[in-house]
Ligand binder design. Structure first.
Ligand code: NAI
Ligand code: MG
Length: 344
C-alpha cells in the first residue's frame, strides 16, 4: 500500500520563511521512498495583508481543510497593528479547526544551556487548552479612548471543553513512563472557572487509577518550573496560563529556538497544525541567525500525529545528536538544517 502526506505550508513572516524551509528539507529526507509527499504553500501573513487587506479568506480556510496537516512558521510583523494577524489568522485557524489540544513538550537536551543551577532533569509536556479561556474574543470596550473607558475580556470555560482536554491529558500521562498529571489553575481566586476545572479533573482521575495527580496554583507553578522542574511529567491547564507557562518552559530548557508545538484536533475532523513556539523574530530576520530546530522538532510532532512514529523518533534522535555536538561554533539556519537532514 502506498502512503501519502498532503501538507499545507504557511511560512508566514520574518524567520518563519527561513525555518520552514529547513523543516521541509528534513521532512523530505526522513520520509521513506514509498510515501508520496505533496505540499502546497499558502501566502498568508503580513505581506499579504499589506497587499490585499486580507488575513485568512474563507476560500483558503476551506482549502486548508483538505490537507492532512499544516506546518506553520510564524505570523506577525511590527508594520501590522497588534492583534490583526494574531486574531485574524492564527487564532482563527485554531478556532475554526477546533485545535483544542495545544501540545508543548519541554525537554532539556544534553549539552544545551539552561539558566537553572544544577542541571535538573526536565522532560515534561504541557497540554494547553486551545479554544476557550480568555482567548475567545468574548469582550468589548465602552467609551473607548476616553478617560472613562471600560474593557472586558471574559474567560469562557465550558464543561465540554474542559472535559475533552482533561481526558486527552490523562491519556497522554497514562502512556508515559512516569504517569503523572498536574492540573494548573488558580482556583483559590478564579473560583467559578477553577472549580469547574478541578471537579472535572477529579472526576476523570477516577477512571485513571494508574495516573498520579497533583494540583498547583499557576503562581506556585512558576516557582516550581524554576526550582524543581523535574517534578512535572504532564501538565494540563487553560489557554492563558498555558501560553505563559510554556514560554517559561522554553526559557529553562535551552531557549525559544528549540521549543516545538502542535495545535491538535484529536478527533481528526480538521487538520492539526504544527509550529515552533517562537514568533517571527523581526530582530534577526534575514540574517541567517534563526535556529530552525524548533520547527524541525515540530515536524517530528506532526509525523507522530500522522502515525509516522519511527520517522518522528529519527528526527528527535538527530536533534539530540546535533545538540550534543554543538561546541559554540556559529552555524547558519541553513547549515543546521543541512546537518539535521543529513543525520535523519
Ligand atoms: P519572538 O519569538 O519572535 O522573538 C523573541 C526573541 O527570541 C527575539 O530576540 C528573537 O530574535 C529570538 N528568537 C525567536 N526565535 C528564534 C530562533 N528560532 N532562533 C534564534 N532566536 C530566536 O517574539 P516577539 O519578538 O515577541 O514577537 C515577534 C512577532 O512574532 C510579533 O509580531 C508577535 O506577535 C509574533 N509572534 C507570533 C507567534 C506565532 O506565529 N505563533 C508566536 C509569538 C510571537
Ligand atoms: Mg505565546
Amino acid at each position: 500500500m502506498s502512503r501519502s502526506l498532503n501538507l499545507a505550508v504557511i511560512p508566514g513572516d520574518g524567520i518563519g520563511q527561513e525555518v520552514v524551509a529547513q523543516g521541509l528539507k528534513v521532512l523530505s529526507s526522513v520520509l521513506p521512498q514509498d510515501v508520496k509527499l505533496e505540499t502546497r504553500e499558502y501566502d498568508l501573513g503580513a505581506q499579504r495583508w499589506h497587499r490585499t487587506g486580507e488575513t485568512l479568506p474563507d476560500a483558503e480556510l476551506t482549502d486548508l481543510k483538505g490537507h492532512d496537516a499544516i506546518l506553520l512558521g510564524a505570523i506577525g510583523d511590527p508594520t501590522v497593528p497588534s492583534g490583526v494577524l494574531e486574531r485574524g489568522l492564527l487564532l482563527k485557524l485554531r478556532f475554526a479547526f477546533d485545535h483544542y489540544v495545544n501540545l508543548r513538550p519541554s525537554k532539556l537536551f544534553p549539552n544545551t544551556a539552561t539558566p537553572l543551577a544544577g542541571r535538573p532533569e526536565i522532560d515534561f509536556v504541557v497540554v494547553r487548552e486551545g479554544t476557550e479561556g480568555p482567548y475567545t474574543g468574548n469582550g468589548g470596550s465602552l467609551r473607548t479612548g476616553t478617560p472613562a473607558e471600560v474593557a472586558t475580556e471574559v474567560s469562557v470555560n465550558t464543561a465540554y471543553g474542559v472535559e475533552r482536554v482533561v481526558r486527552d491529558a490523562f491519556e497522554r500521562a497514562n502512556s508515559r513512563p512516569r504517569k503523572k498529571l498536574t492540573l494548573v489553575h488558580k482556583n483559590n481566586v478564579l473560583v467559578y472557572a477553577g472549580h469547574l476545572w478541578k471537579n472535572i479533573f477529579d472526576a476523570v482521575a477516577a477512571e485513571y487509577p494508574d495516573v498520579t495527580t497533583d494540583y498547583l496554583h499557576v503562581d506556585a507553578a512558576t516557582i516550581f518550573f524554576v526550582t524543581q522542574p523535574e517534578r512535572f511529567d504532564v501538565i494540563v491547564t487553560d489557554n492563558l496560563f498555558g501560553d505563559i507557562l510554556t514560554d517559561l518552559a522554553a526559557a529553562v530548557t535551552g531557549g525559544i529556538g528549540l521549543a516545538a508545538s502542535g495545535n491538535i484536533n484529536p478527533t481528526g475532523t480538521f487538520p492539526s497544525m504544527f509550529e515552533p513556539v517562537h514568533g517571527s523574530a523581526p530582530d534577526i530576520a534575514g540574517t541567517g541567525k534563526a535556529d530552525p530546530t524548533a520547527t524541525i522538532l515540530s515536524v517530528a510532532l506532526l509525523l507522530r500525529h500522522l502515525g509516522f512514529e519511527p520517522e518522528a523518533v529519527r528526527i528527535e534522535e538527530a536533534v539530540t545528536a546535533d545538540l550534543a555536538g554543538r561546541d559554540g561554533t556559529v552555524r547558519t539556519t541553513d547549515e543546521i538544517g543541512d546537518a539535521l537532514a543529513a543525520r535523519v
